[in-house]
Design a protein around this ligand. Sequence first.
Ligand SMILES: C=C(O[C@H]1C=CC=C(C(=O)O)[C@@H]1O)C(=O)O
Length: 392
Amino acid sequence: MTAVSIVADGTRARQASAQGQTTVVLQGAAGTLLGEGLRAVLPAGPADTLGARVAAFFAGADAGAVLAGALPFEPTQADYLVQPRATRRRRDAAPPGPPPALRWRLRHEPDAAGYAASVRRALDVMAAGAGRPEELSKIVLSRSLVAAADAPIDPLALLARLATDPAITGFLVPLPPRGGAPRVLVGATPELLVAKQGLRVLSHPLAGSARRHSEPAADRAAADGLLRSEKDRREHAIVADFILDTLAPHCRRLSAPQGMMPVGTRSMWHLGTRIEGELKDGSINAAGLAALLHPTPAICGLPRNMAARLIREIEPYARDFYAGAVGWCDAAGDGAWYVSIRCAEVAGHTARLYAGAGIVPGSDPWAEADETAAKYGALLQALGIEMQEQRP
Ligand SMILES: C=C(O[C@H]1C=CC=C(C(=O)O)[C@@H]1O)C(=O)O
């Protein structure tokens, strides 16, 4: 595989196009979309104009053109979608080697105790507003881990190690440069925001989580416990209902035939609901559908604006492209968009990891802190980082 080119600015973009280096990878059970080089960047804008900008782009593009990229968490902030110079679909991939032996410095933002305190604060807001018309019923709070290595991190090799889990979609997308420095978002998301093919629409929201166990009986018990947990079912239903309610006006048929089911990645169990529908017409493209749904209560909360406000107040960093969406769209309007979770922003020697958990009345602050630690697991393993957090 060629070395990754982090598309940062005009110069880098020209280098990437000239050398045909890998700029985008979306790697899931259905195969891999590889984007090489860079032909164009979609004029950036907020989520509510994305569908129209994408449609205008394809009106002037070749039939085989593909746009791929990332939406930020904040729907008012600028997205970053690129048209690679060439795209290939690949099924096979060479098995990755182990992570290189790097030395790491870790910084928690915040640590488990700080995160548990944030959860308590959100629970207090929920309790104070209980019974009011604008009651906060769910908020997703995240924390971040900044991991600095003694050598540059290879994002493509990291992605290859993450993508060995068949239950996830591995992704590597370029991000707009920060302070002139190139950066990419790399991750292994288990959550399909929306896919569209012709009139067929699919979404597979996840919410409600439990750590997996290596011992089979304990692992089965964790999945069964999750399926029986009233708190997790409530946390999940808020997301599934939101997706159904948002898609319904655009669909002539929409259902969740299997209902709520456990979904397992290598490190986590989740509650998931597969939602399938048929659009009334094909005028809305896959990117427009993603923008319509984003941000769902799987990464924000309900009511959405109240949750987003509190997230901005409580979290000590801007989420940027974490808890946004990554995906692709083609000239026919087809495509697939995934919730950008279980990911890290990688720039040079540094990876900034993110992990969040849904908080509802009844959530236990320490259990939520432990859940976020477990959600770092796949990335920590792929980076070769061993982390033990102190807990009182
Ligand atoms: C916000 C994240 O996960 C979401 C997706 C699945 C399950 C979740 C949960 O159980 O809290 C979260 O809503 C994350 O991994 O950073």
